[in-house]
Design a protein around this ligand. Structure first.
Ligand code: NAD
Length: 360
């Protein structure tokens, strides 16, 4: 079997971590009898350098024509990079927002899983961690505050910035259904997170989620205010199975959840449209502070590649093999610097990729 994969290495550590994911995918393909053809595309700062804009229409069309998109990460250091002297709509991040919207990637899945071997990297106390935790954050990705109308005006000499947060019931319904579908394959619990004590958009969110829940009688639904959720994630992360939430709350909570797992370098993500087409990328950014030093952790990208095999190409066994190889490498005591602990062997980005491919 042959599949066409659009690859966006991006900026910073993006190219080095994507290279390792491709190595692991190719090894997995040989073992399980599939072949991936890669088309490399530019986005973010790399696209600005060549085309003057962070995302071209041609790149969007090529991504659309592929079976799935694998991405590193985009962006640079906002204090020093010339990309951030451009107007906001021409900066690297604008390319990613546009791509998500153009591909209609409304459902963002971010697993936050604590590997037993990385317990030491988790900043929480042992009695809080218990046997570990395993949650899936389902974030709405194409609506809400990040896509609403925004402007800065000046009134009587005082500058005023306005951002608009809107959701309609269809946007909420489709992400809620995805959340409940995923919960059915897991521990059958959905925690819907909102700010319904203040925001109208949250009150609509809550009522639509309750409506959708009626079709999933086996799933337990609870509602939680976002401020409480931020607290509960560090007080008792084991209570969560699927966290279902809107765009900005999901952005913030998923970074918090990633931190309690020990390292942002471990966490994968998938962004899906209605048909199962998806863009797969690590949850972290382009880490310009460590770019080109061969010390980045490639595991988040490698696990994102595994999610790609599972969700877009229906190659579940191959995805399982990659995930098992990652577990095995950790059991064997190999660590990149960000997850290093006493008694383990420190390896670089390339070596970590090679060790995982070897175990596949
Ligand atoms: P970041 O995630 O890039 O880095 C935060 C910290 O985590 C840094 O110290 C970095 O060295 C470390 N880190 C991140 N990934 C790592 C890895 N794989 N291995 C080891 N250490 C790792 O976040 P930031 O510094 O806030 O952002 C840097 C740039 O990335 C910005 O331009 C930002 O806009 C962009 N960004 C892009 C995406 C994306 O492409 N989806 C997401 C978030 C941030």
């Amino acid at each position: 079997m042959n599949y066409n994969i659009a690859v966006i290495p991006g900026d910073g550590i993006g190219p080095e971590i994507v290279e390792q994911a491709i190595q692991v995918l190719d090894t997995t393909g040989k073992k399980f009898g599939f072949e991936l053809n890669y088309t490399k595309l530019l986005m973010g700062g790399a696209s600005i350098d060549v085309y003057g804009i962070p995302l071209t229409d041609e790149t969007i069309e090529k991504a659309k024509a592929s079976d799935a998109v694998l991405m590193g990460s985009i962006g640079g250091d906002a204090r020093t990079s010339p990309w951030y002297r451009l107007e906001p709509s021409k900066r690297p991040e604008a390319g990613l927002l546009k791509l998500r919207k153009s591909l209609n990637l409304f459902a963002n899945l971010r697993p936050a899983y604590l590997y037993r071997e990385l317990k030491d990297a988790c900043p929480l106390r042992d009695e809080i961690i218990g046997d570990g935790f395993d949650m899936m954050i389902m974030r709405e990705l194409t609506g809400g505050l990040y896509f609403g109308e925004r402007k800065t005006v000046e009134e009587k000499g005082v500058k005023k910035a306005i951002d608009t947060l809107t959701y309609d019931e269809n946007e909420i319904r489709r992400i809620a259904k995805r959340g409940f579908d995923i919960a059915m394959k897991r521990r059958k619990k959905v925690t819907s997170v909102d700010k319904a004590n203040v925001l109208d958009s949250s009150r609509l969110w809550r009522s639509v989620v309750e409506e959708v829940a009626k079709d999933y009688p086996e799933v337990t639904l609870e509602h939680m205010l976002v401020d409480n959720c931020a607290m509960q994630l560090v007080r008792d992360p084991k209570q969560f199975d699927v966290i279902l939430t809107e765009n900005m709350f999901g952005d913030i909570l998923s970074d918090e959840a990633s931190m309690v797992t020990g390292s942002i370098g471990m966490l994968s993500s998938a962004s899906l449209n209605e048909t199962g087409f998806g863009l797969y990328e690590p949850s972290h950014g382009s880490a310009p502070d460590i770019a080109g030093m061969d010390i980045a952790n490639p595991i988040a990208t490698i696990l994102s590649a595994a999610m790609m095999l599972r969700f877009s190409l229906n190659l579940d066994e191959a995805a399982d093999a990659i995930e098992a190889a990652v577990s095995q490498v950790l059991k064997d005591g190999y660590r990149t610097g960000d997850i290093m602990s006493e008694g383990c062997t420190k390896v670089g980005c390339k070596e970590m990729g090679r060790l995982i491919a070897e175990r596949v």
